[in-house]
Design a protein around this ligand. Structure first.
Ligand SMILES: NC(=O)c1ccc[n+]([C@@H]2O[C@H](COP(=O)([O-])OP(=O)(O)OC[C@H]3O[C@@H](n4cnc5c(N)ncnc54)[C@H](OP(=O)(O)O)[C@@H]3O)[C@@H](O)[C@H]2O)c1
Length: 325
């Protein structure tokens, strides 16, 4: 429970009555939940949407459907599902919009499914439908050891791009290499602009930026003429200001991605991407890197791991995990 906005340690574990089930909702017995950066911001009261306290944090889960509202079709009791919500996932039971749930492919563990949804969906929509990444292109990923970044490294490789991973530690870059990155840049040890110029003599085709701050401009400068820069988030806490003359001189496109708007405005692309991504998960070609697992009782520590930028890939809460089918 988050009783008042603040740092991760504000979150405490309590016994509560099961949440009420509303129209269009399904009750899920949570097997695993995963931590996303917005969970930290929601607890801090610093997200774009403010949830009144008290609330149960957690926006991503996998588990078994144990009850559905009478108007729900498409999701049935007993089904194993994964999906996302705004809050409520760090619990033994959660009620979520039934429409946001997807069946877990056979053989996929709850922790894997819970860690897959937000990061991989974000990365795939960004690469496939926003940047329109093509095989053989040069892709630069910032925050490449984080949830979205590591998914972008893996999915960029799956889509046939040559990936340059930018991150702050050997651990993160090692994970990016294991996900298919060909070039690794530790931005804490080198000048990013110089390093990208040295690595990519012809320039990059696409930059994916979930970090913002001081890294964005040098990454944008690494683009070749006509390249695409996609802004996805500001984990650094700083929204960068890009000099517009760079856009003019380089003839680049600066694009944005936000989940809700994408789903509303590009429904066909969304449906196509979801289908492709589900196939990639089912066939093991796409999967999350789970860097740390915590018990539900340690939800505050799990949030802290993400808040501090120390997470490698995804952080998972094992709630009532089941063995894969
Ligand atoms: N637009 C959308 O629809 C959408 C969807 C999902 C996520 N997002 C946003 O994308 C961003 C990344 O999400 P994520 O799940 O990948 O987060 P994450 O796993 O925590 O990774 C964020 C990365 O940002 C870097 N970073 C730099 N300064 C940081 C700081 N002060 N605190 C934390 N990280 C810092 C770190 O990389 P280095 O240490 O390597 O520099 C870290 O690995 C967040 O802002 C999130 O809200 C947006």
């Amino acid at each position: 429970m988050c009783h008042g906005y603040g740092p991760p340690d504000t979150v405490v574990v309590e016994e509560l009555p099961p949440p009420a089930l509303g129209p269009g909702q399904a009750r899920v017995r949570v097997g695993a939940a995963s931590v996303n950066f917005p969970d930290v911001l929601l607890v801090a009261g610093g997200y774009q949407v403010k949830v009144p306290t008290p609330f149960v944090p957690g926006s991503e889960l996998a588990g078994e459907v144990v009850e559905v509202a009478s108007d729900v079709t498409g999701v049935a009791v007993g089904q194993h599902v994964y999906g996302s919500t705004l809050v409520g996932a760090f619990a033994e039971e959660a009620v979520v919009a039934a429409g946001s749930l997807t069946p877990v492919p056979e053989g996929v563990e709850d922790a894997v499914a819970a860690a897959f949804g937000v990061a991989h969906r974000t990365a795939y929509h960004v690469l496939r439908s926003v940047a329109r990444l093509r095989p053989g292109e040069e892709l630069v990923v910032l925050g490449a050891g984080g949830g979205v970044g590591l998914a972008a490294v893996q999915l960029g490789s799956v889509l046939g791009a040559s990936v340059t991973a930018v991150a702050s530690s050997d651990d993160k870059l090692g994970a990016a290499a294991a996900m298919g990155a060909r070039r690794l840049v530790d931005h804490t040890r080198v000048d990013l602009r110089e390093a990208l110029r040295a690595e990519l003599a012809e320039g990059a085709d696409v930059v994916v930026d979930p970090v913002g701050g001081a890294l964005s401009e040098p990454a944008l400068r690494s683009l070749r003429w006509g390249g695409r820069f996609v802004t996805v988030g500001y984990a650094s806490g700083e929204i960068p200001r890009i000099p517009l003359n760079l856009v003019l001189l380089k003839g680049v496109a600066v694009l944005g991605f936000q989940f809700v708007d994408f789903a509303t405005h590009m429904p066909q692309e969304r449906a196509r991407d979801e289908e492709e991504l589900q196939r990639l998960l089912a066939t093991g070609r796409a999967y999350p890197h789970i860097g740390a697992r915590f018990a539900l009782e340690d939800a505050a520590a799990a949030l802290r791991r993400v808040a501090d930028g120390r997470a490698v890939g995804k952080v998972v809460l094992d709630v009532m995990a089941r063995a894969p089918a």
